[in-house]
Design a protein around this ligand. Structure first.
Ligand SMILES: [Fe+2]
Length: 284
């Protein structure tokens, strides 16, 4: 494959939200002022029923992107062809702007641990992941986005920083990046690095999406729980990211302790308030 296989022009979707079952009814009744939705791919890899019914209805009115948790791109088991087939079928159904998953491994010997586990940041892991990303992209016929995960442990074998690791994979595989601003903040706290260095180390042209989320601070460690509102230092880091990367689609991720939609709508509006003036300045 040549590096120019894909046309990597970034489309800008605006300010979105992770679609959750708790909000289905409110969305189809109120059609809220949300620019787009990110859907969890695995929740819709089913034959029928209520989730697909709502998915199709909501898709009629909003752009969507697909976000997965089971690709295990860093794993050593062979890629799961059945999973990839289902992913491709779902993409054919909802025509997402893009498809993303995490830079991690999630299991071994066919067992899914349902956790996003970090990799050692080594040359060997870079080649391993990049070759798997290329296989996935060839199968799907499109580039994928890889998301930086929060981590709580590191490997003594790591030879480069996390941002160098992610950048090298993106370049080798010619894939794109979903930059989770909260995860940068969480990992910077847990591993004692400067989050601004992470932003500066990202290849700007490959960053297609931001995630924003809340977390749980245990004092000596931060856990990426997605069950709280976004905190002020993460909003500040977001402003810094918008200044550096410009028009990147932003999305609020809440997975637990899910509040009424209006509360998350307020967080979307807050993101618009932060990014709006910076983007207007960039556009001028
Ligand atoms: Fe995320």
């Amino acid at each position: 494959m040549t590096k120019k296989q894909f046309d990597s022009k970034r489309s800008y979707l605006g300010f979105g939200l992770g679609l959750r079952t708790e909000h289905y009814e409110t969305i189809v009744n109120d059609w809220p002022d949300i620019d787009w939705f990110e859907v969890l791919s695995e929740n819709y890899m089913i034959g029928g029923g209520k989730p697909l019914h709502y998915l199709d209805r909501i898709r009629e009115r909003y752009p969507m992107v697909m976000h997965g948790v089971s690709l295990s791109i860093g794993g050593s088991d062979p890629l799961d062809r059945e999973y990839l087939k289902q992913l491709k079928a779902l993409a054919a159904r909802i025509q997402p702007a893009w498809i993303s998953d995490h830079l991690c491994w999630t299991g071994l010997h066919g067992k899914n641990m349902h956790d996003l586990l970090p990799l050692p940041y080594t040359e060997e892991a870079i080649s391993h992941v990049a070759s798997r990303v290329r296989q996935v992209q060839d199968f799907l016929g499109r580039q994928i986005l890889l998301e930086n995960v929060s981590s709580y442990v590191s490997y003594s074998q790591s030879a480069v920083s996390e941002w160098e690791f992610l950048s090298a994979i993106a370049k080798q595989a010619d894939c794109l990046i979903l930059l989770d601003i909260n995860n940068v903040y969480v990992s910077a706290f847990n591993h004692q690095f400067n989050p601004s260095d992470y932003l500066k180390g990202m290849p700007a042209e490959r960053v297609f999406q931001f995630h924003l989320a809340g977390h749980t601070n245990k004092g000596n460690i931060i856990i990426d729980t997605h069950d709280h509102p976004i905190i002020d230092p993460v909003w500040s880091l977001y402003a810094e990211a918008v200044r550096r990367f410009g028009f990147v689609s932003t999305m609020i991720e809440r997975d637990d302790n899910i509040p009424p939609l209006a509360e998350l709508q307020a967080e979307i509006d807050y993101a618009r308030k932060i990014a709006g003036p910076i983007l207007a300045e960039i556009a001028a």
